[in-house]
Design a protein around this ligand. Sequence first.
Ligand code: NAD
Length: 257
Amino acid sequence: MFLEKLRLDDRVAVVTGGGRGIGLACCEALADAGAQVVIAHIDADVTQEGRSYLKSKGFSAEAASLDVTNSAQVTQLADALVERFGRIDILVASAGIARTGTPAEDVTDEHWLNVNDVNYNGVFWCNRAFGRHMLQARRGAIVNIGSMSGFIVNRPQRQSYYNTSKAAVHHLTRSLAAEWADRGVRVNAVAPTYIETPLTKYAYETPGMVEAWLRDTPMGRLGQPHEIASVVHFLASDGASLMTGSVVSADGGFTCW
Ligand code: NAD
């Protein structure tokens, strides 16, 4: 009975930014549990690589073009996918950017707006568009990828724009969860530590940065995408049927210190 709750057979899942990194690992985890997965992506080449990777593991995923900052496009895609599949059961909002390392006093309007547009507005447009259909069906699970940066201030890199965008994602998650809890739609978030993906690649080229991160992490290591995907899988499944509005830390203990 307990393992069955983790199965996602016959469920349709959309993963934004699913072509690589954490999003791709989420696609693999959800497909492994039986879900039909759709990668909603801004970059066709990256997504093709992601699909090839999934194929090599014995899984398939459909792909749909999407810029999460374009709310009209997000709504159109949600409507089109519901038309096609009959429903969407799971949304994983993983698309995000960091544009790392700019002191607050030097952050331009464009920089601030761009990061918040992708990381925060984009998450809302997706939650709203897919959430509407889930509310109609009175069934759905949304998992937003937040960050431990929504709880703590990253260091040594200066990232006011990123930290605040992730804190906003956490509170958006709780706000939507409270609004939709009695209509069958659960909304949760995962708050990862530093994960080895293209997003954190810059850190290896910045002397001392990874070492500083490791010193601040009780487990003394970075995370791997699959370690976030397994938490996302759980939150998306019936195993988490009583969970909504939770922001689950998967951070190697980082926020303990
Ligand atoms: P990544 O750069 O590997 O993947 C991000 C994906 O988002 C890419 O495929 C990119 O094409 C896509 N994307 C960017 N802008 C988009 C847009 N406007 N519309 C649609 N897709 C867009 O990064 P990742 O590490 O896999 O990050 C995934 C999520 O996890 C992000 O929200 C990130 O903030 C969060 N996160 C990452 C870490 C980390 O250390 N890697 C830690 C905490 C949280």
